[in-house]
Design a protein around this ligand. Structure first.
Ligand code: SGN
Ligand code: CA
Length: 543
């Protein structure tokens, strides 16, 4: 009897221990595995986030992430263009390894991406918004993505269950979908990885009707290098087709109606960019608006058009450039204002549901962007405004609020950072470095002091020549190749605006020799073994 009692007791104790242990384990998984909210916008320049720069726009919500966590002052990309940047982020590998060297080549979906590793480790995973791969994401339980570049108004979406079109403004819709998943679609007992990916502020910069109206009358400070003549730079800067005056389209970009343009004859500069198939970019967006939406947009479009028709031909070249710059900034920043408000909605949701306690929030862009610096829009170049990208990361009680990190980090590092934070093992062949030491204040454990960059999409829209280079805290060495063979060196301390190529200046001879050697070592380290000589003039003209 006594024996039986003892046995029963043992069983009860064992059973209780089992219950306690499994609850603890479940709790442990939840506690020790942070949620990840990865927010990425498309073409969002760091100059247009008030945590970085207060001159252009106030972004109080994005700034919240910087206030609660870390702001990276020198985050950069490996290849400044959309789909390649996304491929680098997802695989943790440079473009030449993951194969997605430009926007045109398909992404090889047999590769391992970090969401797959999260999914295998028991995370709930989802992706909403812009991917731009031409195929569907792997490793996500749920997704709704825009086909290709996507549309600003009444966008189409590709989903697990076929395609659909949703009425409204794209930035609001992507946020609604994200919030709906967080609230209604996930298993709340599991940690989550949410990829919340905005289309905005990508060209052709259609703000929501309210922001369009609000921003259309604003004026923004003119950048110091708006009238850059590219003196002291090479052929690549001189031949790029991304000058605001020459390469922005009146209709597509500045919102001038086709009938107004027609009535004004052949206005100069007359623009026929590389990829312009003859269709009218203004109309391809406008045609999607329903009557109600047109009624909201029309008064603003009309006032822009009336002014343009009455004034354009009397403007000097300088005034034309300034008008194009202001029009561009009004729409671009109007788009960002919506991104900011929507990011605020998601941060509020996290707080309200106490999810902010254990969620790592990341805000970044697929690359930087020119906001009139060097007279440009778009990206692609290794020069700072497109090479650098915003990066803000918060994690309550782990990352000290308000810290600034100046080390050069890359989008190449994201996958390993997230895996490290979630305690999931990092594949050996990923090429980045976890940012956790920097985030946790252990700078001494950070080893990298130079980064590698390689841009390939040429000949193509904007005609930025192929180039690769090495960037250290003090220097930037670049080789433009394919149909030219030109080297450039910038002294980042002496010339932060990158206005003077000092490659051939004798006082920099030693630096050039040292950096060229370091660049070839980096190419070996990252296994970029393409023989670039193959791509010179012959190849170009025979293609
Ligand atoms: C489109 C844009 C370009 C832009 C590329 C790539 N032209 O072609 O200005 O550089 O996308 O952008 S547009 O006439 O279609 O607006 S990316 O972000 O997808 O790389
Ligand atoms: Ca982009």
């Amino acid at each position: 009897m006594i024996k039986l009692f003892y046995n029963m007791n043992n069983i009860i104790i064992l059973f209780s221990l089992f219950i306690i242990f499994s609850c603890a384990k479940k709790d442990d998984i939840k506690k020790n595995r942070p949620n990840i909210l990865f927010i990425m916008s498309d073409d969002h320049a760091y100059q247009a986030i008030s945590a970085y720069n207060k001159k252009l726009i106030y972004t109080p919500n994005i700034d919240r992430i910087a206030k609660d966590g870390a702001l990276f002052e020198n985050a950069c990309v490996t290849n400044s263009i959309c789909a390649p940047s996304r491929a680098t982020i997802l695989t943790g590998k440079h473009s030449h390894i993951n194969g997605k060297i430009d926007n045109r080549s398909p992404f090889d979906t047999t590769q391992i991406t970090f969401p797959q590793l999260f999914q295998n480790a028991g995370y709930q995973t989802a992706m909403y918004g812009k991917l731009h791969f031409g195929n569907n994401p792997k490793g996500v339980d749920d997704f709704m993505i825009l086909p290709g570049q996507g549309h600003y108004v009444n966008p189409d979406f590709i989903t697990n269950n076929g395609d659909t079109t949703i009425t409204g403004y794209v930035t609001d819709i992507i946020t609604d979908l994200t919030l709906d998943w967080l609230e209604n679609k996930r298993d709340k007992d599991k940690p989550f990885l949410m990829m919340y990916l905005h289309k905005a502020p990508h060209r052709p910069w259609w703000p929501s009707p309210d922001k369009f109206k609000e921003f259309a009358n604003k004026e923004f400070p003119i950048p110091k290098t708006l009238f850059d003549d590219y003196k002291n730079r090479g052929l690549a800067a001189k031949s790029a087709e991304m000058n605001l005056l020459n390469d922005l389209r009146y209709g597509h970009d500045s919102k001038i109606r086709p009938e107004v343009l027609k009535s004004m004859g052949d206005i100069k500069p007359f623009v026929q960019p590389y990829d312009w198939g003859g269709s009218d970019g203004f109309s391809t967006s406008y045609v999607r608006f329903n009557e109600d939406q047109k009624a909201h947009y029309d008064p603003v479009i009309d006032s822009i058009n009336v002014w343009f028709k009455n004034n354009w031909s009397q403007l000097t070249e300088k005034q034309k450039m300034e008008w194009k710059y202001q029009r561009y900034m009004q729409d671009y920043l109007g788009c960002i204002s919506s991104v900011d408000e929507n990011v605020g909605r998601v941060l509020d949701y996290l707080e309200k549901n106490k999810l902010d306690e254990n969620t790592i929030v990341i805000y970044t862009s697929d690359q930087g962007f020119y906001l009139g610096e060097h007279g440009w829009f778009d990206k692609r170049f290794i020069y700072d405004e497109s090479f650098k990208t915003p990066l803000l990361i918060s994690w309550k009680n782990k990352i000290k609020p308000g810290i600034k990190i100046s080390k050069m980090v890359q989008n190449l590092d994201f996958a390993q950072t997230f895996l490290d934070a979630a305690n999931i093992s990092q594949p050996q062949d990923m090429q980045g470095e976890s940012l956790m030491p920097l985030l946790l204040g252990q700078e001494e454990n950070w080893t990298r002091d130079a980064v590698y960059y390689h841009y390939y999409e040429y000949p193509a829209v904007h005609m930025v020549k192929r180039h690769y280079g090495i960037i250290t805290e003090k220097y930037k060495l670049v080789h433009f190749y394919y149909d030219i063979d030109e080297w450039e060196l910038y002294d980042r301390h002496a010339d932060p605006m990158e206005m003077r190529n000092v490659y051939n200046e004798p006082s920099y001879n030693e630096t050039v020799t040292k950096l060229r050697l370091q660049l070839s070592e980096l190419r070996v380290q990252y296994k970029d073994s393409r023989d670039l000589d193959l791509y010179y003039i012959d190849n170009y003209f025979h293609n």
